[in-house]
Design a protein around this ligand. Structure first.
Ligand code: ADP
Length: 267
């Protein structure tokens, strides 16, 4: 059996996805990017192969995507994360009746992407200047609040008070603001809900710049946080499509394209 791989080397995490000859997802794997992108990317790929019991020789084509894609010289091809995300979201979105707008929040940037009904990118906007609307903001907040990243969603859902206004427009100032709120006796729940609403406000502003069409797909690591999902849905006034594996949509898109390119070369 032949397999096709997509590897998304992000600023914060490396994501790998494998599809089979029919284009069905075989498995996904996520590891930290660390500082040694190339070494960690190779390890992530091997980690996925071990996980699903596939030999390296069975992977017939590999496409790299993401921030560090140029460093992965072993790849057969590379593709921008916007194109790969669009291909992956288009494919996953079919089960939800199709998606036309993607909101992606990564470790260091956020994007809103408009796709047509074939999955091609028709427009996109990106914020990579400010960490306040990104996963980095959540990482810093979780550290300041001394809780695990995975717990942020639960705290948000347990908030019974009005979410606090987090006014700082910069992660560094927000850090002091969070510490100040804790010192004034505010609960973690209302602070965390406030942080999620502050990210949601920026995200909705970005999404409106690209235009909201049809069903809206939300992906990237922060889409694993159900508190953030809830805040964005609230401000957007509509349900989001959140896939089972939101962090690996881009790697999946790269794997789909790897299969397509391999098939095209065989013809
Ligand atoms: P990038 O592609 O830029 O590396 P990702 O899409 O992988 O970014 O997202 C990384 C971010 O996802 C982290 O900064 C973190 O805030 C968030 N994240 C990762 N895992 C989880 C989790 N289990 N729950 C909530 N947030 C998470």
């Amino acid at each position: 059996m032949n397999f096709f791989a997509g590897i998304d080397i992000g600023s914060t995490a490396i994501k790998v996805a494998l599809v089979d000859e029919e284009g069905q997802l075989t498995g996904v794997h996520v590891t930290d990017s660390g500082s040694l992108f190339h070494k960690n990317a190779k390890k992530a790929l091997q980690g996925l192969l071990d996980q699903v019991g596939v030999e390296a020789g069975q992977v017939k084509y590999l496409i790299a995507s993401g921030y560090g894609r140029k460093l992965f010289k072993e790849a057969d091809d590379s593709i921008s994360e916007i194109t790969a995300n669009a291909i992956g979201a288009h494919e996953v979105g079919k089960a939800f009746g199709g998606v036309r707008t993607i909101i992606n929040i990564g470790g260091q940037d956020s994007k809103a992407i408009q796709i047509d009904d074939t999955g091609n990118v028709s427009n996109f906007v990106m914020n990579d200047k400010c960490a306040a609307g990104t996963g980095r903001f959540l990482d810093v907040a979780a550290r300041n609040l001394e809780i695990d990243l995975e717990e942020l969603g639960e705290y948000h859902m347990n908030c019974t008070k009005v979410p606090l206004d987090i006014n700082s427009t910069c992660t560094v100032f927000a850090e002091s603001e969070i510490i100040g709120l804790l010192a004034n006796g505010h609960g973690k729940e209302e602070i965390i809900a406030g942080i999620h609403y502050s990210i949601a406000k920026r995200t909705v502003r970005l999404a409106k710049r690209v235009g909201l069409e049809d069903r809206v797909y939300f992906d990237g690591g922060p889409a694993l946080n159900k508190g953030l999902v809830s805040a964005i849905q609230d401000l957007l006034g509509r349900e989001l499509v959140v896939p089972d594996y939101p962090q690996t949509t881009t790697a999946f898109g790269a794997a789909i394209l790897a299969r397509r390119e391999f098939m095209a070369e065989q013809d």
